[in-house]
Design a protein around this ligand. Structure first.
Ligand code: NAD
Length: 500
């Protein structure tokens, strides 16, 4: 085994840093046709590891053709037979949970405490989707035309392109993959270029579980590979999670073909603390909203709205909590904040510190250090959890998705003002509020224009509860009891009157 970095040998003794990883097309491990590869980078070690294929248009074409060829048989496979495969897959995911969690930490520097929860959740989601697919059914309808009978069945859409981001590679992919496969679609997965290997392993486990060749394929590479997939005429639906900018370009690319899309995009969640809240719990929830995933979360509560009467009490709690946050090696179980996932992301987030310096009304409340200035770290792409007061509505820190542990604090006086500020954004993914007043909880939550509203909690998820954004945060939903609306469509059949 060759180790590129001696420090790495201690952290990931199980991985060969020179390993060549393979895409999966038609049930086989393949390299790119032109042999091109790139390297992953562990953001804590700042060390390269692995060689991953860069799929070109011909590789994408091969993957889509394979999914196309596998579709008719998979669509006809009984959901009971599919359930058996999903059960085996879920079992393998559980058996490989440590490997899958550690791979994700290696790829994107997220904390092991967070990534350890992902494989179990994946297995549950897989089982939920495959079990729930047993209930898929059509309807018999009495139509307006005399003597006729009509009925429907729900049919799969076809070949789904599942494109995922790097911030939670498997967690976000599952929301597409399992629903699509369980309801009879075939899939070509394109993971983020930052986090390809954990996805390759997940799909290898699907093959090991017995999924037929071509039913689920994975091509690796960056935006050009994703674009080639989206533009391929053999794709019937795009299920995408990523930035609003990429979501828009995908929507434009597929518009001429009018194919379906689920677009899960950016967010700028408002986390509202009312004066009647349990302030200790609220402060904990605000902290979670800012630091979970090192702030690299679409569901971040990155706008913190605090009622003026409790401003000082809440900020004192937050400063105290933030001073205790453990920053460091994401493989340490006690670490709460690891490095940012990549150097471009680090540049983007720290760029907001400079933007804040240039904004007249924006001022630092706590944090604001990065790199080796962060106490207790010796290197790496670290950013301290930070809060800025942003009274100016035009502040870029207040309006833009930073995607790091940086929160924008906004003070309000009245409930109406809180709602108005919460909705004063182009995004509409998640929002939340902290209050002990049930009437207020119901009233305000109804008025917050987001796909998800959390009341006295933050970041609660379940496979049977839908997740999706409004406004520029996206189109369509993932998970929930409507999941198959996204991956099947009703087909209507008519039977004319008989001659009697
Ligand atoms: P990104 O848009 O840069 O990339 C996402 C994926 O799209 C990657 O696999 C990338 O290679 C691919 N891609 C890039 N250009 C493409 C193109 N032209 N055509 C097809 N595919 C292309 O996003 P990111 O930086 O990886 O992820 C961060 C973003 O994801 C944030 O904006 C975040 O809010 C969003 N996100 C949203 C949700 C949600 O559920 N709404 C969840 C997590 C992350």
């Amino acid at each position: 085994m060759t180790i590129a970095n001696p420090r790495s040998a201690i952290r990931f003794p199980e991985f060969d840093y020179q390993q060549r990883y393979w895409m999966i097309i038609d049930g086989e491990q393949v390299q790119a046709a032109d042999g091109q590869t790139y390297r992953c980078v562990d953001p804590f070690e700042d060390a390269e590891w692995g060689y991953v294929p860069v799929a070109g248009a011909s590789d994408v074409d091969r993957a889509v053709r394979s999914a196309r060829a596998a579709f008719p048989a998979w669509a006809k496979t009984s959901p009971f037979a599919r359930l058996e495969l999903f059960r085996r897959w879920a079992q393998l995911i559980r058996e490989h949970s440590s490997e899958l969690a550690r791979l994700q930490v290696h790829e994107n520097g997220k904390t092991i405490s967070e990534m350890n929860m992902v494989p179990g959740a994946l297995a549950q989601s897989a089982e939920f989707c495959a079990n729930y697919a047993l209930t898929l059914h059509g309807e018999t309808v009495t139509p307006i035309m005399p003597g006729h009978t009509a009925w429907t069945e729900r049919v799969p859409i076809g070949v789904v392109a599942a494109i995922a981001p790097w911030n939670n590679p498997l967690g976000l992919l599952q929301w597409k993959l399992f629903g699509a496969l369980a309801s009879g679609n075939t899939v070509v997965v394109k993971p983020s270029e930052v986090t390809p290997v954990s996805t390759i392993r997940l799909i290898e486990l699907a093959l090991e579980a017995g999924f037929p060749p071509g039913v689920v394929n994975v091509v690796t590479g960056a935006g050009a590979t994703g674009a080639a997939l989206v533009e391929h005429p053999g794709i019937d639906k795009v299920a995408f999670t990523g930035s609003t900018a990429t979501g828009r370009s995908i929507a434009q690319a597929i518009a001429p073909r009018l194919i379906r899309a689920t677009l899960e995009l950016g967010g700028k969640g408002a986390n509202i603390v009312f004066e009647d809240a349990d302030l200790d719990r609220a402060a904990e929830g605000v902290l979670t909203g800012i630091i979970a995933g090192t702030g690299q979360a679409c569901n971040a509560g990155s706008r913190i709205l605090i009622q003026s009467s409790v401003r000082d009490e809440v900020l004192a709690r937050l400063e105290n909590l933030m001073s205790q946050v453990v920053i460091g090696d994401p493989l340490e179980p006690t670490t709460q904040i690891g490095p940012l996932a990549s150097r471009p992301q680090y540049k983007k987030v720290t760029g907001y510190f400079d933007i804040a310096d240039g904004e007249e009304d924006t001022s630092l409340i706590v944090g604001g250090r990065c790199g080796t200035d962060v106490p207790g770290v010796t290197g790496g792409l670290f950013v301290e959890p930070s809060l800025y007061a942003t009274p100016d509505r035009a502040s870029r820190l207040r309006r833009e998705e930073i995607f790091g542990p940086v929160g924008s604090v906004i003070i309000f006086d009245t409930e109406d003002e809180a709602v108005e500020i919460a909705n004063d954004t182009e995004f509409g993914l998640v929002g939340g509020l902290w209050t002990r007043d049930l009437d207020r909880a119901r009233r305000v939550s109804r008025q917050i224009d987001t796909g998800v509203v959390w009341i006295n909690t933050w970041r609660a998820f379940s496979p049977n509860v839908p997740f999706g954004g409004r406004k520029v945060s996206g189109l369509g939903h993932e998970m929930g009891l409507d999941i198959f609306e996204e991956y099947t469509e009703p087909k209507a059949y008519w039977h004319g009157p008989d001659n009697s």
